[in-house]
Design a protein around this ligand. Structure first.
Ligand code: AMP
Ligand code: ZN
Length: 464
């Protein structure tokens, strides 16, 4: 029996005790990237936060009892426009952007499908691509029309929002208020200004597929139907947790709920809806459109991914984060301390309760990290840190990796250290200083130990 996990559920507007619908089968869906351009560090927040949730669920329920689906949106207006701008095919753009996204998030310590899927067993982490699920979307759209919740108009298929009285429940926007407040919609084919697109005609040169519902012209799906179709296929018509950024509550998630419930005749799409707060710069949401963004890759040029991950998790996921160099700096120092303390000691068998308990309380990472900070037993520190996706390497492994990544010539370092030692024993302080200066110039710091040995480390680049 797993210890009790409590999660804040946007649908309920409160923290609730979590229980999976099927015992021993926890199903989690998170809206993933639209692969038209490099992800910014704000986009990394939901990826890191829900990676932590996935890790925690695996810890609580066992790795074979949790399934995570995080989709890839690879059909979208922005994708078409960007591919045309760059003069490359859509597939080239989406494949290239997705490969970059994978490198980015792997460096942030995010589990990847390859890390968790075991050959011969059902996959525990799937990354469905929208363009591989067009048939499932078309089938759902036909089902919605047949059920009287959608209609065909002018080559489009639209969801009939007023046909669903509970529309607005997730975002707490009552349907009648939205109807009263709606501006007169320009699109003449819509019955209600609130109706949204399930399928639309493709323009010349845009990707297209045979349309559903007897529409002769080929077309393509709207964004919202993608997640309804992919979650149903990989997790089921009703599943446990649906996650994403707070900006997705309306309209994206509200529309997903409407589509899935009306198509499948279910009382809920997902039991629990979790939303992360924004990563901000000087009080404003980081976004492509505001232009106040830095890409994950740019941040990783200056900071190790583990530092970035820690800077991200220091704030509770529902709170806004102000992205500052100071937070990165502090995270960097904390990790140095942890690596020094944990040394080469393996993780204890059990994650300390003090670290686990705050995580069970709606992923209270600031409290869990404060508890990690208090630990002075290396094995316990490593076990707790591992659960949060930190200290995956021992100190020696990390040092070895840093030396390898720095390209430093180890033989040259050893030779200079020997030279310095000889100079010191001959009391030739000028020669000793020259050797040390040469090492410093290579990015190497030496330390003379009490036992007479000398050790050396690669110096991190100074913070920008
Ligand atoms: P987008 O590229 O805007 O579709 O966003 C992809 C994902 O990143 C969604 O889950 C968004 O909610 C999330 N997201 C975008 N910008 C931010 C931000 N500044 N802070 C946190 N999450 C964000
Ligand atoms: Zn979605």
């Amino acid at each position: 029996m797993a210890p009790m996990l409590r999660l804040y559920n946007t649908l309920a507007g409160a923290k609730e005790a979590f229980a999976s619908i099927e015992p021993g089968n926890v199903r989690l869906y998170a809206c993933g990237p639209t692969v038209y351009d490099a992800a910014h560090i704000g986009n990394a927040r939901p990826i890191i936060v829900f990676d932590l949730l996935f890790r925690l669920l695996r810890h609580l329920y066992g790795p074979a009892h949790v399934t995570y689906a995080r989709n890839v949106t690879d059909v979208d207006d922005k994708i078409n426009a960007r591919a045309a701008e760059r003069g490359i095919s859509i597939r080239e753009l989406t494949d290239g952007t997705l490969a970059q996204f994978h490198r980015d998030v792997r460096d942030l310590g995010v589990l990847m499908p390859d890390d968790v899927n075991v050959p011969g067993q059902p996959p525990r982490f799937v990354e469905p691509r929208a363009t591989d699920h067009i048939a499932e979307m078309a089938a759902m759209i036909e089902g919605l029309v047949a059920a009287g919740h959608a209609y065909v108009a002018d080559g489009h298929v639209l969801f009939d929002v007023p046909s669903m009285p509970e529309y607005g429940r997730l975002s707490k926007r009552p349907l009648d208020e939205m109807e009263a407040g709606a501006r007169v919609e320009v699109a003449p084919y819509k019955r209600s200004p609130l109706d949204f697109v399930l399928w639309k005609p493709s323009k010349i040169g845009e990707p297209s597929w045979p349309s559903p519902c007897g529409i002769a012209e080929p077309g393509r799906p709207g964004w919202h139907i993608e997640c309804s179709a992919m979650s149903a296929k990989h997790l089921g018509k009703t599943f446990d947790i649906h996650a994403g950024g707070i900006d997705l509550i309306f309209p994206h998630h509200e529309n997903e709920v409407a589509q899935s419930r009306c198509c499948f005749g279910t009382p809920v799409m997902a039991n629990v809806w979790m939303h992360n707060g924004f990563l901000q710069v000087e009080g404003e949401k980081m976004s492509k459109s505001l232009g106040n963004f830095v890409t994950i890759r740019q941040v990783l040029a200056d900071w190790p991914g583990e530092v970035v991950r820690l800077a991200m998790l220091r704030t509770h996921y529902r709170q806004p984060i102000d992205w500052t160099l100071r937070a990165l700096d502090e995270a960097g120092r904390t990790l140095e301390r942890w690596y020094a303390l944990a040394g080469d000691v393996p993780a204890d068998q059990a994650v300390p309760d003090a670290v686990l308990e705050p995580l069970l309380d709606d992923l209270n990472t600031p409290a869990a990290l404060a508890e990690l900070h208090r630990l002075d037993a290396p094995g316990a520190l490593r076990a707790g840190a591992n659960l949060l996706g930190f200290l995956g390497q021992t100190r020696s492994e990390r040092e070895g990796a840093r030396v390898a990544a720095s390209g430093i010539d180890v033989a040259a370092v050893e030779a200079l250290i020997a030279e310095r030692r000889a100079a010191r024993s001959a009391k030739d302080w000028a020669a000793s200083d020259r050797a040390r200066d040469a090492l410093t110039a290579m990015g190497v710091a030496v330390k003379d130990n009490k036992d007479g040995t000398t050790t050396w480390t690669v110096v991190d680049k100074p913070a920008p």
